[in-house]
Write a protein that binds this ligand. Structure first.
Ligand code: HEM
Length: 227
């Protein structure tokens, strides 16, 4: 028998690590666009699919995956910050009251980052897959946003990793077993999320992939003015 209380289902965990790798991959390849543009574009599409999947999973996934379980009102956020300051954090499954808003911000900024990239261009030879759908001026504006937003995304990722470390060393709670293996042994058994919903997750993933895939397929080829 596996030890520990199940706190995150596998779609949440896989989406998390896929998103993390794709964001870091987009960053690395974004610094080397001439050689790595195709990989950069692929990372962007993966970010898009991962975030759209996760946003839907926030509506009909398992308990801790749902927005309704972690988007708390201001008083809960203040209460959580008080607990954090006093180092008296109750261990529980799912996001904390302030962590929930932070991850929502991460998803929305990652979504904005990937979406603007779809229409971006580098004025020379590379363009996002939906470049052909918009006027040059709009593509240039979205390209500028694509560059600006990334810094913001990196700051949020830095805060996120910093918060996990802060929880570990100041709050004396190790969140990592949850996001790696899905289980923690420091939370009450009543917090267990119960049965996972693999078919629902696969069906929803298929819908998201079909949606994004169809748009990519329908998009006109990008022809830059330089040619
Ligand atoms: C680009 C890098 C990363 C991004 C974009 C990212 C994003 C996220 C997001 C969106 C969530 C919420 C998961 C969900 O509810 O579906 C999350 C949770 C989590 N992440 Fe990351 N993450 C990144 C890197 C990391 C790294 C490097 C670590 C390890 C130090 C980490 C540790 C965690 C943990 C432990 C949680 C669960 C927090 C909790 O129990 O409340 N993440 N991350």
């Amino acid at each position: 028998m596996t030890a520990g209380v199940k706190v995150w289902d596998w779609p949440v965990r896989i989406t998390h690590w896929v998103l993390a790798v794709a964001v870091l991959g987009a960053w690395w390849t974004g610094e080397r666009l001439e050689e790595w543009f195709v990989v950069h574009r692929a990372c962007g599409v993966v970010v898009l699919v991962a975030v759209l999947f996760r946003l839907g999973w926030g509506l009909f996934g398992t308990r801790t995956a749902r927005f309704s379980s972690f988007l708390a009102g201001p008083s809960a956020v203040v209460q959580h910050l008080r607990e954090l300051v006093s180092r008296r954090l109750p261990a529980h499954a799912g996001h904390s009251a302030s962590g929930g808003w932070a991850v929502l911000a991460l998803w929305l900024v990652a979504l904005a980052q990937a979406s603007t990239g779809l229409f971006a261009n580098d004025d020379v030879m590379n363009a996002g897959p939906f470049y052909g759908w918009v006027a040059d001026g709009l593509s240039d504006a979205l390209t500028a946003w694509h560059e600006e937003i990334f810094d913001f995304l990196l700051v949020l990722v830095g805060i996120h990793v910093g918060a996990v470390l802060f929880y570990r060393f100041w709050g004396r709670q190790n969140l990592l077993p949850g996001i790696f293996g899905g289980r923690r042994n420091d939370v009450p058994a009543s917090d267990d999320i119960g049965a996972e919903l693999p078919w629902r997750a696969l069906l929803w993933l298929a819908v998201v992939v079909a949606l994004v895939g169809s748009l990519l397929w329908l998009a006109p080829p990008a022809v830059l003015d330089a040619f």
